[in-house]
Design a protein around this ligand. Sequence first.
Ligand code: G6P
Length: 607
Amino acid sequence: MCGIIGILGSAPAAPRLVEALKRLEYRGYDSAGVATLEGGVIKRRRAPGKLANLERELAAAPLAGVTGIGHTRWATHGAPTTANAHPHATDRVAIVHNGIIENFRALREELIAKGHKFESETDSEVIAHLITAGLDKGEKPEAAAIGAVRRLEGAFGIAVLFAGEEDVLIGARKGSPLAVGFGDGEMFLGSDAIAVSPFTTRVMFLEEGDIAILSRAGAKVLDADGAVAQRQIHIFSGGVASVEKGNHRHFMQKEIYEQPETTGRTITRYVNAYDERVEMPDLDGVDLAADNAIIIGCGTAHYAGRVAEYWLEQIAGITVETDIASEFRYRKPAFGKKSFGVFVSQSGETADTLAALRYCKENALKTLAVVNVPESTIWREADARLPTLAGPEIGVASTKAFTAQLSALAALAIAVGRARGALSSQEEGRLVHALMETPRLITDALTAEPQIEAIAHELAHARDVLYLGRGVHYPIALEGALKLKEISYIHAEGYAAGELKHGPIALIDEDTPGVVVAPHDALFEKTLSNMQEVAARGAKLIVITDPAGAAAVKDIAKHIILAPACDAFVAPLVYSVPIQLLAYLTAVQKGTDVDQPRNLAKSVTVE
Ligand code: G6P
């Protein structure tokens, strides 16, 4: 959730720390702070709110030094104030932390009894004091850091800076990710590869329990048992350019417009376009001929899984159970013998999804990760992986990662159908062909922006909005409602169109618009009846449909958003675009902070 950066550099650290934090602000933006060594002395600047406030602090009172750490916070313990902002420090140590220290109260009381003075309400500050206690006993930085880390319970990624030690930076990882960047005579620590991307493309990902001791000459990694460990260095191709906004007003807008490319990239990874066949990578023992599957995720990733549930049932004829990771992990569900688990996650770090994956592995279920961030924890811990190739997603509201997840899951459904003998090669060819057309159809769907913008002006005045869909478009309605509430703060609910009469219809009046996701497919007539029921009660309908559907709803719809006609199989991908644009343009109209909506974080690495 929080973003971490650490630099052992050869140029002034403060501007570089801020540069990295700009890339990390998507992880949290309740407060930000940096600490550098000025002549060996720890100096800090911190500010509540957005990074711009910290930049102002630094402009008024610059920090010198080439060694430093920085942090952008998503608050867990303690309000987003300056005192609670990281880095936390004593006169000997400064730390930045991502995660939750569960035993911080006991440690804090112990340290207070020994005379340590605490300044904040955070769980994190205890780390700085624990390390200081070790140094005060005469321990060297490495021993003091290791001793402190061993006493911490909970989840953490931390970076530690030591007064008087210009060539030491220590990082530790348990539960929260941490990456080490290798520069030319410079070294970096980051909560992900994006953090270090302005400085280097050579990145090493720490594993659970690792402690990394950095000097400008390189990194020594100790594993959870204290043994020296070798970790592979990867070339991070996520590049700096892909985390710039370019000509777009917001990252979200840029990411919506990247979808022809990102879905195309993901689809072509899994299909042989010439033979019109799906080609899966080696899935390391995941048996696609299984009788059932479970699909787990959170938020938008969960809704991608809900779409895949329909696909897998309809195309492959297997029983599918989808669940939200935070529920699943405590249900202690049992599994059928011939089954596998699919874990959908953009970041690959969501704490609940990771816990659900681990539960499945402990219960001998083969696990398959549909993940966007390479080398993330879920990526590495799953038995097999289907990468989504959306590239770095910065907007907190997920868009291109969602359609990339759908792309990979659509290919998986076809592969399972073939493995089970449920799909003729002719039918497989038709589905693959439809998938190959999707990037072009998404390009067509994007052309509705001016039309959607006009509707967004009206929607921005709504207090409540109902989203309706049927079949595979029910999860798209859920996703549409989620997008709208996340970024425009308008209350929205997604419902299965057929469920309307069982309660939500009571909410309908002329002030409650209904957004209906309704391509002219096999279920269209059923949805049309539901639309009529709503229209009869005065609701203003915004119908997202294709030309055939538009002709049928022209008398009852207040607005029609036209989507291109497409194969029903890929319609969830195509219809994702107008619901994203509707939420985006409504939020822009309302003037909210689209890329960093209040209270949210991009990557939720705490429970
Ligand atoms: C947060 C993000 C959502 C995302 C969800 C799951 O809530 O704001 O956009 O869908 O986490 O994250 P994941 O990284 O596992 O896909």
